[in-house]
Design a protein around this ligand. Sequence first.
Ligand code: KG4
Ligand code: ZN
Length: 364
Amino acid sequence: MVHILGIETSCDETGVAVVRDGEHIVAHRVASQADLHRKYGGVFPEVAARQHVVTIYPLIREVLTEAGLTPASLDAIAVTRGPGLVGSLLVGVNVAKGLAWAAGVPLIGVNHLEGHIYSNWVRPPDAGASWRPPSFPTLALIVSGGHTELILMEDHGRYRRLGGTLDDAAGEAFDKVARVLGLGYPGGPAIQRVAAQGDPTRFSFPSPRQPGLNFSFSGLKTAVLRQVQALERAAGVETGLERRMVPAGRQALDPQTVADLAASFQRVVVEGLVEATLEAVHRTQAAHVCVCGGVAANALLRREMQARMPVPVSIPPLFLCMDNGVMIAAAGYYAWRRGERHGWDMDVDAGLTLPTLPEGESKA
Ligand code: KG4
Ligand code: ZN
């Protein structure tokens, strides 16, 4: 039995977990900072880093106590070393180093995107006996606040990039459109909630799809902004051209129009993501589709992915879609199996990318 402690502090959630054999959640905790950042309308980096400092030790203590383990009885400590906010990453990495050094256990730096992918290899707590991890080749759609990527995973640790966003990430688009609509932060859950009462066919917004298997979300966000401004002008309300932020609950539009705007935006995003994934499955003959990252919590995306893919689809339970320590421990387990270890001089890397295979190299 291999027990790995996973530590995640790349953005605004402090996540800590112990995972057994890369699959079984032994104990886990996430401390969300959403309430702290709400008044800024997004993540305030310095506030995030300082809150990790406050939260991380009590969280590790709770998780180890619940798991009935001491640091020295762990097989490794895995920690997110990038991509993410540098100040936030530094907290997790330094805590992981100190703990691993003192306890004499190996240190493994994990790529946050690899973590999201591996959330699909974690056995959901309510999974039945028939649950199986994804089979290869797997097509992974990573949709989070910072990333939108289509990756073909040929085997553990072997990634081929097929496409991704050329500008904003899908989650970022949800967050920005929520601001324009005066729905507050974080935007994804707010848009989903309001959209449930809306007509998704009332407004036609441009598809986020771009040539190849790429996406662009910034034009879509601008189209929503222009639509809002046109509606406000028509209603005789003037809120200024550069409407960067509308305090939650103070939008000038009537609630039904806001709901229709949210539903129409959500529909076009989900359509774009599903159609690109479908095209990628056909191109690559992938045997399985995995969806992960914060936007994978979206109910419409989950429903459409399950309904429209010709191969089995894995989408983690909601608590594993958001940033968490479980996925870092799971990804750390596969790195541990490959013999990957980091030295005490391991640095954080805010712009770390997924280690993809060079063009043209195929599986031996
Ligand atoms: O993976 P994550 O927790 O953090 C990053 O690594 O970025 O993703 C956070 C993102 C935010 O942009 C948030 O608005 C979005 O995931 N999100 C959603 C939903 N829940 C969270 N987007 C759409 N629908 C949701 N239900
Ligand atoms: Zn994430």
